[in-house]
Design a protein around this ligand. Structure first.
Ligand SMILES: [Zn+2]
Ligand SMILES: [Zn+2]
Length: 240
């Protein structure tokens, strides 16, 4: 399976990432990707982008170096009621929105609390993807989460960076395997994000590839194999 879309990338705007939008796009072009989403951290993350950053994303060209650019965010889940750190009025202007738990922004709850938070988040029409849900620091009831993703039409992310040896989310492999198996059972589509915090990591999907091979995941379930399918899911018009 060829993965030609990266739905999760950070730039210097995130405060702890090291490349510019241009550098990310250039690297994506060298990696022969056809589309990347700029998903900088929402404002609850210390030193991350401001609300104004997200409001102003419209200044980015829709394509650079032959790579299509989606304007997005990785918003923080900041309350167990599913509250987020960007308002709907901002989110609705974005092409692609990931919602994730991060330690600087919210204390982990019980498995039940974490699950109910992500289910509440999925009720928000402007959220498209649940980010790195295999993180053992925020355990969720996998079947309930995946079933709700199917019900609300949300995508589950397999985060390549979670699966690497230098990950902050160590121990994600086993949970991600279970999540992916459950997505297969419920036919819930998945996306793959490099979660690159420097341009060299754009399009790095080795661990995700390995997981897809082990579980024999069909290409039809992985929207990062086809930008048209992803855009259709996001409700973005295809210009071609
Ligand atoms: Zn994240
Ligand atoms: Zn991220």
């Amino acid at each position: 399976m060829k993965l030609i879309v990266d739905t999760h990338c950070h730039t210097i705007a995130s405060g702890h990432a090291y490349s510019t939008v241009q550098e990310m796009a250039q690297q994506a072009s060298e990696q022969k990707l056809s589309l990347i989403a700029m998903t900088d951290h929402g404002p609850a993350m210390p030193h991350a982008a401001s609300k104004l950053h997200f409001r102003n994303l419209k200044v980015l060209p829709s394509s650079m170096y032959g790579v299509e650019i989606l304007k997005g965010a990785e918003v923080n889940i900041v309350g167990m009621d599913g509250s987020l750190d960007l308002s709907d009025s901002i989110l609705q202007q974005l092409d692609l929105v990931i919602a994730s738990f991060h330690l600087p922004c919210i204390k982990p709850g019980s498995e039940k609390e974490n699950t109910s938070a992500v289910i509440q988040v999925m009720k928000n029409p402007y959220i498209h993807i649940l980010g790195h849900t295999g993180n053992p620091a925020y355990p969720v009831q996998i079947e309930r989460m995946v079933e709700a993703a199917g019900k609300y039409g949300k995508l589950i992310e397999i985060n390549n960076s979670s699966l690497t040896s230098h990950s902050f989310r160590k121990g994600s492999w086993d949970r991600c395997m279970k999540i992916l198996e459950t997505c297969l059972d419920y036919k819930v589509p998945v996306v793959v994000g490099s979660d690159a915090h420097i341009s060299w990591d754009v399009g790095k999907f080795e661990k995700a590839h390995e997981m897809f091979r082990q579980l024999n995941v069909p290409e039809s379930l992985v929207l990062c194999s086809d930008p048209k399918k992803l855009k259709k899911h996001l409700g973005i018009k295809d210009n071609e």
